[in-house]
Design a protein around this ligand. Sequence first.
Ligand code: NAD
Length: 482
Amino acid sequence: MVSRVIPVDPFDLVIFGATGDLARRKILPGLYRRFWAGQMPEGSRIIGAARTEQDADAWRASIRAAIEEFVAKSKHEAEVIDRFLACLDYVAIDVRGDGGWETLRDMMRQEVTQAFYFSVGPGLFGDLAERLHRYKIACETCRIVVEKPFGRDLDSAKALNATLAAHFDEQQIYRIDHYLGKETVQNLMAVRFANVLFEPLWNSQFIDHVQITVAEEVGVGGRGGYYDKSGAMRDMVQNHLMQLLCLTAMEPPSRFEPDAVRDEKLKVIRALDPLETHDIVRGQYRAGAEPSYLDDVEDPDSRTESFIALKVHVANWRWNGTPFYLRTGKRMKARTSEIVVQFKEPPHSIFEEDTGQRANMLSIRLQPDEGMDLRVTIKEPGPGGMRLVDVPLDMSFADALGPEAADVPDAYERLIMDVIRGNQTLFMRGDEVEAAWAWTDPVVAGWVDRGDRPMPYEPGSAGPEDALILLHRDGRRWREIG
Ligand code: NAD
């Protein structure tokens, strides 16, 4: 099968924070993979900018090393790597200083698409935006890409939005949530809106509940300082889990266009009931001989949660009575991200030997292996009578679409190409981010005011016991992690 790729115009992409972890691990390796696949248009350039005083060759050498470390060996072709590195340039700039900007301005071409990736801390966004204008580097049609965290509460998110709005229109701002760049997340929209099969059933009449899990095996490790000021609610729920919830719960947009999709997501966030205390379980990995959360952060009395489970109600006609259970945590049993749509059992069973639970389930896996799986009930083969069995209708991209399709692009590379194409559908709009903080803020403020301590959980487990009880008390259970 020949894949169809929407063409991209040549571009100048400037990456601020070009020597940082994100640039080395994700952005440049992602761009290299697109180049390797022949999807970076001829004449495009990537300009690194960071404080480090070095020349372009030194930066190219570090990116060569990053490609060798973070790109699959099957794509290491010396000649292709050399051609890719030839598209790279570098300029030393301290975002808060005044050196280097004129050099950058002279490098930029006016006739190509311009994009600026703000891969630096949000504290630098204001200076960066202001200097891009002061030095007349940013053209009217340029795009900027900003990373999470987009604020730490509603006030700071509003301030960040205002800072960016002072220099750029909303149509120029691409707020990345890399979960939206996952192939299966977009497939969730295709499954829902390009088939007649699911949408009539996609409501509280047929769906018992939805589970959204993002479990990580690693602890906070070297990021303890940043993480401890944030916690699972701010670091994961407000953005990634909220986006997954929105795509699962939203009404069909009239078109697959940026604002049509984002309007529907915003309506979901605004429809969320405020969280009740008894619908929240916070945890911290602490038990056992392993290093605990408190060893990974500076504050020995930290009350920041490394795990959270929530029961969320989307208060509208479609979802009345169908809870969404969300959970995310560090140092869990396995690295898994998935959305599980648990359908209701048939209202009446006609089969005598039908003893087990017979409810369909659609699971959308984001990691480790992207894919979808629908469980259906069939007759067990053989002469043993009408015995029923649950089987997966597993959808493998490789089986259905050929091996090429199994080579799923990384979320970052897809999103960067969308920036160049000028397609904002998979990026968060400012009002969405603010609405998500408006829902999150009172909950966080509540437990900070009360000084609530998270419950301890065993590293390598599925979280605290109370997270299991959150579902047990409703007669439900979490799907196994892993
Ligand atoms: P990092 O600390 O590894 O790198 C920061 C980069 O910014 C370096 O290139 C540094 O030279 C540059 N920098 C810092 N101060 C500067 C200044 N005054 N002028 C010019 N350049 C300056 O950080 P990172 O992990 O690469 O993260 C970058 C941004 O992306 C952060 O906002 C982070 O929250 C966000 N982010 C990172 C990840 C990740 O996996 N690393 C994931 C999601 C979001």
